[in-house]
Ligand binder design. Sequence first.
Ligand code: AMP
Ligand code: MG
Length: 356
Amino acid sequence: MLKKRRFLLIVLSIFFVIGLGGCSFIATPVEYTSEQFLMDTIVNIKAYGDNEEQVKKAVLSAFAEMKRIERLTDRFAQEGTGEVEFSDVYRINQAAGEQPVKVNEDVYEMIEMAKTYYELTEGAFDITIGPVMDLWGFGSEEKYIPSDAELQGKMLSVNSDKVILNESEKTVFLQEDGMKIDLGAIAKGYATEKAAAVLLKTGIEHAIINAGGNIDVIGKKYDGQAWRIGIQDPRNSKNLVGILSLTDEAAVTSGDYQRYFEEDGIRYHHIISPKTGKPSRDTMSITVITKNSAKADVLSTALFVMGPEKGMELVEQLEGVEACFVGTDNKIVTSSGMSNKVEIQPSKEYTYDKNG
Ligand code: AMP
Ligand code: MG
């Protein structure tokens, strides 16, 4: 009897050891991080899983998905390289004033979304800004400060009411010759969202995609903590104005420091007011947090143009959208639901109004 009991004890303890060993094996995460230059920026993806092969494959598939969106939306596609056939945006612009162009479903969805936000923001978000971007030289090496007369000429082509969509045919038509769409304010966020969907589909539960300031996180970090992301000080890249805590959501920043040139002490940056054709002046940076990364991208640009005052009024009306503005008046303002998502850092440069 005693022998039997001892035997049982030994068997149980062996099971216990194997069981524990097994658990600790399962609990050890495999981390895979990779970086690629895509959509004019460095894209970094970090993902965790149980198996190295699986995580690596998932991350590479996510990059491939972003590459696919990049090729569809590249409006400077090169003639004779095969890229032109692939870029729907190039073909839409070429056919302006002539005929509707059948496009890929993702491109259709982006343009449809752009039109929705054009209306919601009373024209602050306008993808037909293309001819004005080109006049300023953004997208090329040669920056140029246009005269008011030159701007007025190009502004005649800026009007999203003249982007005609046909849902059943999946076509896009720019009604006037000279019109050009530019998806620079939405494509990165949309691509990030699609890449996250690829990771989720392959069973990844903890990941972060950082596409040059367009952040999208899946779940929490592997240790169960929220992902912590810094909001850069727009005038000092070594400082942070705040630290975000993110779980299963996207955070996108638009800033006047991301793409700009200076002349005679004046900063000329890439976020243009569709009312004036000139760089919008009230915002230094705006960070938007919401579930969908494409929506966060659209809103970051739109709210930048609207400025802290009008922009925050809109944010407070939108469900599930939070924002942090850094104004050119050196004031930081956060939306009402932001308090548990951001820690604003003490600073001599900026004042902070929590209830903006
Ligand atoms: P983001 O960095 O997301 O704020 O996007 C800036 C890019 O969006 C610019 O480089 C342009 O390609 C484009 N853009 C600039 N101004 C506007 C605007 N008012 N509405 C829509 N897109 C814009
Ligand atoms: Mg944007």
